[in-house]
Every structure is written in C-alpha cells, then in structure tokens.
Write a protein that binds this ligand. Structure first.
Ligand code: C5P
Length: 237
C-alpha cells in the first residue's frame, strides 16, 4: 500500500473521544495530528499511545520561543516518537537552525515543518501587529527563510500550493489544511480546495479533520477521499 497522504486532525478536548475515532481508523491509511487542545487536555501519554498503535503523529504545537527552548521542545517531540513537528518561521533564523540542528543529531527524526503566516490573519491584522508586507509576500519570505535554515517544508493554504511549487520546486514538503470534499460543509474554513485539487496542485500531505472525524463511518469517508486522488473526481465525503 502506498504511503498515507491524509493526516486526520484530532481536534478533541480529551483522550477518550479522540481514541474512539482512532479505533475506527487504520494506521496504514492515515496519520494523525495532535494539536494544542488535545495535547493540553491529554498530554504526551496520548501521543505515546497513538505511536504504539502504529500511527505517524504530527505534533502540531507550533513552537515559537528562544532557540534553546524550541530546540529542546523539538527533541522532546522526537523522544515521543513523533513523525512530524512544527515551529513558527517568524521565530527567526537562530531558532529555526537550533531546532533543525538538534533534530539532526538523532539517528531518526521527525520532519520539521514551518508555519508561515496564520491564515486567520488578514493584511489589516498583520499591519496592526507591525508587519509592513502583505500576507502573500510574508508567506514567500518566511518559507524561503525556513527552507534556507534546512527545514523540511511548510504548512500552507491550498490556494498557495502552486505558487510555492513554482518558487521552491519539488523539494519542500507541503502540508495542507483547509481541505473539503466537493459536497461537504465548509464549517469555519474559508479558503478551501477539494482533496484531489490539492494533490494535483502539488500537496504532499492533506490535513483533514471534521469531514472524517464527524462522518458516520470515518474510514469510509477517508477511503472516498483517497479514491478521489486517483480519479481526479471530487471526493464524496
Ligand atoms: O476540521 P478541519 O478539516 O477544518 O480541520 C483542519 C485542521 O487544520 C485543524 O486542526 C486546524 O486547526 C488546522 N489548520 C487549519 N488552517 C491552518 C492551519 C491549521 O485549518 N491554516
């Protein structure tokens, strides 16, 4: 079976509802994302449980602190057995290089991915916190910085995939949230693409939460999305 391209976002407040969904998924078919809510509620023990069940775990804690602290946090994520971890590119070169260098000391290490500009920030919000550039220029600038520091890739909106591929080529690993099957509700997502469109544009991994976790049959929803990659047809969620 080919490598799973779907990362299921476990956006739950505690271990019990998360594990109920995980019991209905398959580690050969998807990876799992643990973010700030679930990690704060359930802790590193849950991450270890998911790894022990054979899942690749993306620890989505978006580290942003002084270099030594972020490097230590990335090493702790690697100790837990995480497959992917992320940091804010706006933490700067010293922080990004410290994180990458600390992980490079290990015989096997998680993929290290940069967050550039939060999609919740528009140009007005960026100006208010002191960024002069528009969000597109900032995404380009922060992506270039992260890749120059040796990070493995970036998290990006589906609408930026083609531009990032044109600018940076095949090398960066592109991790893409904001994915909705054609007939699924958008929930609170605004800038969305279908799974097949995101893969065709050059996404490596798709982060998908509610279209799978809220489906009556999560594994069937996942299978329908996977099937849409091959056919190019919009997935039926
Ligand atoms: O349920 P849904 O598919 O919208 O979940 C998407 C996941 O991706 C959530 O965990 C969300 O926090 C995350 N995410 C996002 N947009 C970003 C970055 C992360 O939706 N720009």
């Amino acid at each position: 079976m080919s490598e799973p391209r779907i990362i299921v976002a476990l956006d739950f407040p505690a271990a019990t509802p998360a594990l109920e969904i995980v019991a209905r998924l398959d580690p050969a078919r998807c990876r799992l994302k643990v973010g700030k809510e679930l990690f704060t509620g359930a802790g590193p023990v849950l991450v270890e449980q998911l790894v022990a069940r054979g899942y690749g775990v993306f620890l989505d804690l978006k580290f942003h602190d002084i270099p030594n602290t972020v490097a230590g946090a990335c090493a702790a994520a690697a100790e837990l057995g995480c497959w992917m971890v992320n940091v804010h590119a706006s933490g700067g070169r010293a922080m990004l290089e410290a994180a990458r260098e600390r992980l490079d000391r290990r015989s096997s290490r998680p993929l290290l991915i940069a967050v550039t500009v939060l999609t919740s920030l528009d140009d007005t919000a960026l100006a208010e916190i002191g960024f002069a550039a528009d969000s597109g220029s900032l995404v380009d600038r922060l992506s270039a910085l992260a890749l120059d520091c040796g990070l493995d890739g970036v998290v990006s909106s589906p609408l930026e995939i083609a531009r990032l591929r044109r600018r940076f080529g095949r090398r960066p690993c592109l991790v893409i949230p904001g994915i909705r099957p054609a007939d699924a509700t958008h929930d609170d997502q605004k800038r969305v693409a279908t799974p097949s469109a995101a893969i065709a544009a050059g996404a490596d991994y798709l982060v998908i939460g509610r279209p799978i976790t809220q489906a009556p049959e999560p594994l069937a929803a996942l299978a329908a999305i996977e099937a849409s990659f091959a056919t190019g047809a919009p997935a039926r969620g």
